[in-house]
Design a protein around this ligand. Structure first.
Ligand SMILES: [Zn+2]
Length: 267
């Protein structure tokens, strides 16, 4: 630790007091209690510090991201409940986590798997609808998944929390809490899905069928929410989470594409 020489030239041998370079507050410790800046910033700027600072501010990956991701894999219920209860500093902020996940998806989509995705126009066939509407729906489904992936993903995240707000009303969670938790779960599902596709596509060299890919994402979202509502009896939460999944599927594979096909027919 550097000994600070005060302005009148007396060396204080007992404390490591320093003046914060950001707000001039005098303190002793790892972080400035006034503005929160790390005391590392009081030393001379070195390149490693610049890199650290970038990751701290932009991605918060130093400790937060791997820790958050790991815990969302092994115990997603704990992460969700801990965050709601105010144990937040240890986890990557959920909105930041979501943005990172979507960025990873966009990056990998662009560099590795975009051609394969565009070559798969197969979609559900609804026999009670005309051929033309079915064709339009297949095209719209594909357009949503590729061209409007970001907006589409973001809007899809709203469905689970809205369904849970109604289904688990008596447990007193508000919409923001359920949305926040699902930011974590949806993002982790996205990262898991992307990793699965990438591993199969690039290493094992197998082109995964679309239903399998959807199962990875939704499987995780169902499982993580089951863990989150731990205090609810098993059958009740299984029934309600599966019901939410069903509502999600209806909206995702039918309602949205059907409405778009009717209002904006492509062919
Ligand atoms: Zn300060």
């Amino acid at each position: 630790m550097l000994r600070k020489t005060t302005q009148i030239g007396i060396i204080d041998l007992n404390r490591d007091d320093m003046d914060c370079k950001n707000c001039s507050h005098t303190y002793d410790g790892k972080f400035c209690p006034n503005c929160g800046q790390n005391s590392r910033a009081n030393k001379k700027l070195v390149f490693s510090e610049l890199v650290n600072d970038f990751f701290d501010n932009v991605f918060n990956v130093n400790k937060g991201l791997p820790y958050t991701f790991f815990n969302l894999i092994v115990n997603p219920g704990m992460v969700g409940r801990a965050y709601i209860l105010g144990k937040r500093k240890r986890f990557t902020n959920p909105v930041r986590y979501l943005i990172i996940a979507v960025a990873i998806q966009a990056f990998i989509d662009y560099w590795f798997i975009h051609p394969e995705l565009t070559e798969q126009p197969d979609f559900f066939y609804f026999s009670f609808l005309t051929e033309r509407i079915n064709d339009n729906m297949a095209i719209w489904n594909h357009t949503l998944a590729t061209k409007y992936a970001f907006i589409h993903n973001i809007s899809m995240i709203l469905i689970f929390p809205m369904a849970f707000l109604v289904l688990f009303k008596k447990y007193g969670f508000n919409f923001t809490e359920l949305l926040t938790v699902n930011f974590y779960y949806f993002s982790t599902g996205l990262i898991l899905t992307i990793s699965t596709i990438l591993i199969f596509d690039q290493i094992i060299m197998i082109n995964l069928p679309v239903p399998f890919i959807i199962m990875v994402t939704l499987g995780y979202v169902v499982w993580s929410n089951m863990k989150f509502f731990d205090s609810v009896s098993f059958w009740e939460r299984l029934l309600k989470v599966v019901l939410a999944l069903f509502i999600f599927m209806i909206i995702r594979v039918f309602f949205v594409v059907y409405v778009l096909s009717i209002i904006f027919p492509v062919i």
